[in-house]
Ligand binder design. Structure first.
Ligand code: UD1
Length: 421
């Protein structure tokens, strides 16, 4: 199994190019099911999750040509509507095929994703919304079987909780439904916005894009013709992670291909810790703090502070001058990285959904295990400043969502290599 070996204490410098957003690519790949013509996607990140979802499309009968950052997808040949457990269990986001398969084919079977390291993560809101649109649902043998032989119809959907994946599934389902769907309490994440724009560019009337109230007038069963090519937006979480790498190592580094607006919450928090920034179109340079100040963070839906940046900030806060507090409001079990960070010498205490991060003078190298995607990058960040040589194991989590993390960090001057055991 692969692991990363990191010698701490190196300063970073130079420029890193940010890849396309994994979380924007996944719903966009799922949305290609709404079309029976060729779709071209560019700027895809070269990560395992993308390959997993493309594999699922191939298993459904779609034709997929994929080369690192570009995929050419033709879903005219889909001849199965069953998303099997073997794929869905590898990646929860496979549930995103539920809405498009059901709305285009009138039936589908998608394995239930089950729990995951960061919490229970149910899909009840996706299912309730599709039922309101006329789907008949049955859960049997670990699968959701959904039917809508005459197609889905528009409905007023009020999400009890803001859900990114739920909003995306319903936007896709509504695009080919009969009549108008109104989504209230919709997610406004940039990834949801790009999905809506892609569908609107295909001629579907969508009002309220980027707001919490989205209205979609469906095509009444007609497949969509997407504009080509569709370029995936930059990954705001990857960008935020590299900003944290600059902050924790006290280094000036520049990120290329970022959307500053999408990372404003991350910039604000790093500024409050004493870092400063120069922004020039798609480039952003972090100037490190002389001494990092502590920070208080509460995770929230966009445009609030992203839960996907919580673990990385915990690593940075660990070497700040004073006590920081991080409250996790979105997922009930997203502190798995705490005990591993503490093995590197951080002083973090948990009470309920809040972590108190006490200041430590120095971190010391250790062998640690990644528990989930973003937790893994927090361990890498801490290892970059720990004295000695650390090993970060179980990096298959990292490979799901970070495009060439060790290559990009070593180009910036970090001492990091991938090894196998
Ligand atoms: C997406 C992101 C993930 C990010 C999360 C929150 C992708 C592929 N993943 O995940 O990186 O951390 O948004 O920003 O884009 N919930 C329910 N019932 C449901 C659906 C969700 O209770 O049917 C709950 C979840 O358990 C969680 C909260 O709602 O507590 C938000 O989850 P959601 O926004 O749906 O996250 P994902 O789309 O799974």
């Amino acid at each position: 199994m692969d692991y990363l070996e990191i010698v701490g204490g190196r300063k970073l410098s130079g420029e890193v190019t940010i890849s396309g957003a994994k979380n924007a690519s996944l719903p966009i790949i799922a949305a290609t099911i709404l079309s029976d013509r060729e779709v071209i996607l560019t700027n895809l990140p070269n990560v395992v999750d993308i390959r997993t979802l493309l594999k699922l499309l191939s298993m459904l009968g779609g034709t997929v040509k994929h080369d690192n950052t570009v995929a050419i997808i033709d879903n005219s040949s889909i001849n199965s509507t069953k998303a099997v457990y073997e794929i869905v269990s590898q990646m929860r986001a496979s549930i995103l095929v539920l809405g498009p398969l059901l709305t285009r084919f009138g039936e589908c079977e998608v394995s239930l994703p089950g729990g995951c390291a960061i919490g229970q993560r149910p899909i009840d809101l996706h299912l309730k919304a599709l039922e309101a649109m006329g789907a008949k649902m049955e859960i049997k043998g670990g699968y959701v079987r959904a039917e809508a032989p005459n197609g889905l119809h528009g409905a007023k959907i009020v999400f009890d909780k803001i859900t990114v994946g739920g909003t995306e599934n319903i936007v896709m389902a509504a695009a080919m439904a009969h009549g108008t769907t109104e989504i209230i309490n919709a997610a406004r994440e940039p990834e949801v916005v790009q999905l809506c724009e892609m569908i609107a560019d295909a001629g579907i009337k969508i009002d309220g894009i980027a707001t919490d109230r989205i209205t979609i007038v469906g095509s009444a069963g007609k497949t969509l013709s997407f504009k080509k090519p569709i370029e995936i937006i930059p990954d705001r979480i990857e960008a935020g992670t590299y900003l944290c790498a600059g902050a924790i190592t006290g280094s000036k580094i520049t990120l290329d291909k970022v959307n500053q607006e999408h990372i404003q919450a991350t910039i604000d928090k790093l500024e409050s810790m004493g870092c400063s920034f120069t922004i020039n179109n798609e480039k952003i340079t972090i100037h490190p703090a002389k001494k990092l100040a502590p920070v208080n963070i509460v995770t929230a839906e966009y445009p609030g502070f992203p839960t996907d940046m919580q673990a990385q900030f915990m690593a940075v806060a660990a070497i700040a001058d004073g006590e920081s507090l991080i409250e996790e409001r979105l997922f009930e079990n997203r502190f798995m990285h705490v005990s591993e960070l503490n093995r590197l010498g951080t002083d973090i205490w948990l009470k309920g959904n809040t972590a108190a991060i006490h200041s430590t003078d120095e971190l010391n190298a250790a062998t640690v295990m990644a528990t989930d995607l973003r937790a893994s990058s927090a361990l890498v960040l801490a290892a970059l400043v720990a004295n000695g040589t650390s090993k970060v194991k179980r990096i298959y989590h990292l490979d799901r969502g970070y495009d060439n993390l060790e290559g990009k960090l070593s180009a910036l001057g970090a001492d990091i290599v991938r090894k196998s055991e």
